[in-house]
Design a protein around this ligand. Structure first.
Ligand code: MF3
Ligand code: CO
Length: 282
């Protein structure tokens, strides 16, 4: 979304922000470095990257169907992204071989698209899209239900979406990163689910993964101070069963639940403002 003049007036002068940050630092809190506080111009760049990213996810939403391979999803992501002047961030990222992560059922995240992985009726699949436009990074993922899906899986997908919303609502200016994880963990466990611990959300914008780490479990009042101008993802991975995961030994990427039960994930990129977070990947 556009940064309107009204909002600019509502933000504090940078010297006041620095004074507040110093206050928390002196009390032993972890505080963001300068680079983590994005300028209005940088936020606008990330928002524009997010527009392409959302376009990719909307395209997948309209095309995804039973019988489709995840390699077809990968081609759609690549073609749409490149034709909009952008680059898929996952491609060649630390050796990742494709443009998008596709994670079916018990795959928690980082599933590699393949001609051999065919979407079947009853599957739940996460499509995790990350885009670089003019050097600015955005990152978001959605769950898709393939045909008729069991009530059990549908509820997991719904509660995970609620976890993302509740985590975002818990993120307040001059609150702490731990407030987000505490809210998500409470909601997931209240519903009989567990929160994946080995993977987290992250700062994003000038690079794919920046500080801070945004854990989806933990305690209020802990972790880095949240300051207006920070841009980060919240991307809870919620398991139907146990939270423990394992990485595929052959491909080194695919993360699966240890117990083989399904997992779900939703993700948005957010910017912190004086009024709370705003979604940059709508
Ligand atoms: N999109 C993932 C995230 O949310 C990162 C995937 S890294 C990749 O942070 F290389 F697997 F794409
Ligand atoms: Co992410």
């Amino acid at each position: 979304m556009k940064i309107e003049p009204k909002e600019r007036a509502a933000s504090l002068p940078s010297t006041e922000v620095e004074r507040r940050i110093a206050w928390y630092r002196q009390r032993g809190h972890e505080v963001p470095s300068r680079r983590l506080l994005k300028s209005p111009e940088q936020i606008e760049g990330i928002r524009r990257s997010g527009v392409v990213n959302t376009g990719v996810l909307d395209l997948i939403a309209s095309e995804i169907r039973p019988g489709m391979s995840t390699a077809e999803i990968d081609r759609l992501v690549y073609d749409y992204t490149v034709s909009h002047g952008a680059v898929p961030a996952p491609l060649n990222y630390e050796g990742f071989p494709r443009s998008v992560c596709t994670s079916i059922n018990e795959v928690v995240c980082h599933g590699i698209p393949s001609e051999k992985d065919i979407l079947r009726e009853g599957d739940i699949v996460n499509v995790d899209v990350s885009t670089i436009l003019d050097g600015y990074y955005s990152d978001a993922s959605r769950m898709f239900l393939i045909g008729e899906v069991s009530d059990e899986k549908r509820r997991l997908v719904e509660v995970t979406r609620e976890c993302l919303r509740i985590g975002a609502e818990a993120a307040k200016p001059y609150g702490f990163v731990g407030d987000i994880g505490a809210a998500i963990q409470h909601h997931a466990e209240k519903n009989g689910y567990s929160v994946v611990r080995d993977l987290c959300g992250h700062g994003v914008g000038l690079a794919f993964h920046e500080e801070p780490e945004v854990a989806h479990y933990g305690h209020r009042g802990t972790g880095m101070l949240l300051v207006p101008g920070m841009v980060f993802t919240i991307e809870p991975m919620i398991n139907q069963g146990d939270w423990r995961v394992k990485i595929d030994a052959r491909d080194g990427w695919t993360v699966r639940t240890r117990d083989g039960l399904p997992s779900a994930q939703w993700e948005h990129t957010f910017v912190m403002t004086e009024q709370g977070v705003k979604v940059l990947t709508h």
